[in-house]
Design a protein around this ligand. Structure first.
Ligand code: FA5
Length: 340
C-alpha cells in the first residue's frame, strides 16, 4: 500500500514539475511534494505501522522518490534560469559590427567663418585685429568721429541710449578712435564686432548685426590704396568676379567718402527684398580719414593721413552664402545652421 502511495506521489510530483510554467508554479510543486506538510512527509508518518523489512524497502523507495523529485526540481530551475538569461541576452543584444553613428561636430556660424577669413587676410597684410566695448561712450561713438551733438548724421544711426551718456555702439568706428589713441601712427588695424541700431527689422536690416572696421594710417595714403585693399578683400571672399560700384557717400569722419555697393548676389541684379528691388546692396562704406578725426586722437594731419572702411559683415555673409533673409542668421534654427 505505502509503496504504491510513494510511487503515486513521485509520479504526480514529477508531472507537476515538468508542467510548471514559471518559478512560482515550480515552488508550489516543491512545497506540495517535499514540504513539511507535503506528500512525502505524510507518507513517512506511515512508517511506524510497517513491519521492519517493509520499512527498509519503503524507506529506500522514499529516498529514491525524494532524490528524483529534487533532481527534477533542480533541472527545471536550471532551465528557467537559462530561459531567463536567453531572453535577457536577446533583448539587450547589441550588434558590435554595426557602423558607429559617427561624430556630428557643430560648425562655425557663417558670419564667424567670413570674419575669420577676413582677419587672416588682413593679418597677412600687416594689420592688427582690435576689439572694443559694445557699451560705448557718446564721445567714442560720435564726438571723436566728427559727429557733434545735434549733427544730422546722428539721426542716420538710430541709437539705443543707456544711462549716463552711454549707448550700445551703432557702428565699429569707435574702435578706430581707440586704436589711434592706443597705438598711434603708423597704424593698420581691423575691428570686427557686434553693433546695435534701434531700427525696423526686414530682410536686410537687423537691430543687432556685425560690422568689420578697417583703418590704415601712414604717410601719403591715397584713394588708390583704399580701392586696392577693398578689391583685395572682395576678391578674396568671393573668389569670383563680382560687380561693384563706387559712389560718393557722406560720413562726417571721412573726406572724401564713398559707398561701395555690390551687385545683389541673391537676385543677380533685377531686384529682390534683400536689395530692396534696386539690384545693389550697400556693403562697404569707406573714405579717407577726416583731418578732424586724426587731430582729435592726437595725430598730426599734416604728417599723417589714412583710409577707413566699415564693412557690413552680416550682409557680406548673406552675399557670400546666398542667404535671402538676415533674420535667419540669429534665428538659432538648426535646419539653417546645419547647412554651413
Ligand atoms: C557706418 O556704420 C560707418 N561707420 C561705416 C564707415 C566706416 C564709413 C569708416 C566710412 C569709414 P553705415 O551706417 O552705412 O555706415 O553701415 C555700414 C554697413 O553696415 C552698411 O553698408 C550695411 O552693409 C551694414 N548695415 C547697416 N545697417 C544695417 C542693418 N540694420 N542690418 C544689417 N546691416 C546693416
Amino acid at each position: 500500500m505505502l509503496e504504491q502511495q510513494i510511487d503515486g506521489v513521485r509520479r504526480r510530483a514529477l508531472e507537476r514539475i515538468q508542467s510548471a510554467a514559471n518559478a512560482d508554479e515550480l515552488e508550489a510543486a516543491r512545497v506540495e511534494a517535499l514540504g513539511r506538510k507535503g506528500f512525502l512527509s505524510n507518507a513517512s508518518k506511515e512508517f511506524g505501522k510497517l513491519a521492519p523489512e517493509e520499512r527498509a524497502r519503503a524507506g529506500k523507495l522514499l529516498n529514491e522518490a525524494k532524490q528524483a523529485i529534487e533532481t527534477a526540481l533542480e533541472d527545471r530551475r536550471a532551465r528557467f534560469d537559462r530561459d531567463t538569461l536567453k531572453a535577457k541576452l536577446e533583448s539587450e543584444w547589441i550588434d558590435l559590427t554595426l557602423p558607429a553613428p559617427g561624430i556630428r561636430p557643430g560648425s562655425l556660424h557663417p558670419v564667424t567663418q567670413v570674419q575669420t577669413e577676413i582677419e587672416e587676410l588682413f593679418i597677412s597684410m600687416g594689420f592688427t585685429v582690435l576689439d572694443g566695448p559694445e557699451v560705448e561712450t557718446e564721445y567714442h561713438n560720435f564726438d571723436a568721429l566728427n559727429i557733434p551733438a545735434n549733427h544730422p548724421a546722428r539721426d542716420t544711426q538710430d541709437t539705443f541710449w543707456l544711462t549716463n551718456g552711454l549707448l550700445l555702439r551703432t557702428h565699429t568706428s569707435p574702435v578706430q578712435v581707440r586704436g589711434m589713441q592706443k597705438l598711434g601712427p603708423p597704424l593698420r588695424m581691423i575691428a570686427p564686432g557686434r553693433v546695435f541700431r534701434n531700427e525696423e527689422v526686414d530682410a536686410s536690416h537687423e537691430h543687432t548685426f556685425y560690422q568689420l572696421e578697417g583703418m590704415m594710417i601712414d604717410r601719403d595714403v591715397s584713394v588708390a590704396h583704399l580701392i586696392y585693399f577693398m578689391m583685395t578683400l572682395l576678391s578674396s571672399i568671393f573668389r569670383r568676379e563680382v560687380t561693384v560700384r563706387l559712389r560718393p557717400g557722406f560720413f562726417p569722419f571721412v573726406e572724401p567718402g564713398f559707398e561701395l555697393d555690390i551687385q545683389c548676389l541673391i537676385c543677380g541684379g533685377p531686384g529682390c527684398p534683400v536689395c530692396k528691388q534696386s539690384g545693389w546692396v550697400e556693403l562697404l562704406p569707406c573714405g579717407l580719414v577726416h583731418p578732424n578725426v586724426l587731430r582729435m586722437s592726437g595725430i598730426d594731419p599734416e604728417e599723417w593721413n589714412g583710409f577707413a572702411f566699415g564693412l557690413g559683415l552680416t550682409r557680406l555673409a548673406m552675399m557670400r552664402y546666398g542667404i535671402d533673409d538676415i533674420r535667419l542668421l540669429a534665428s538659432g534654427d538648426l535646419r539653417f545652421l546645419n547647412q554651413f
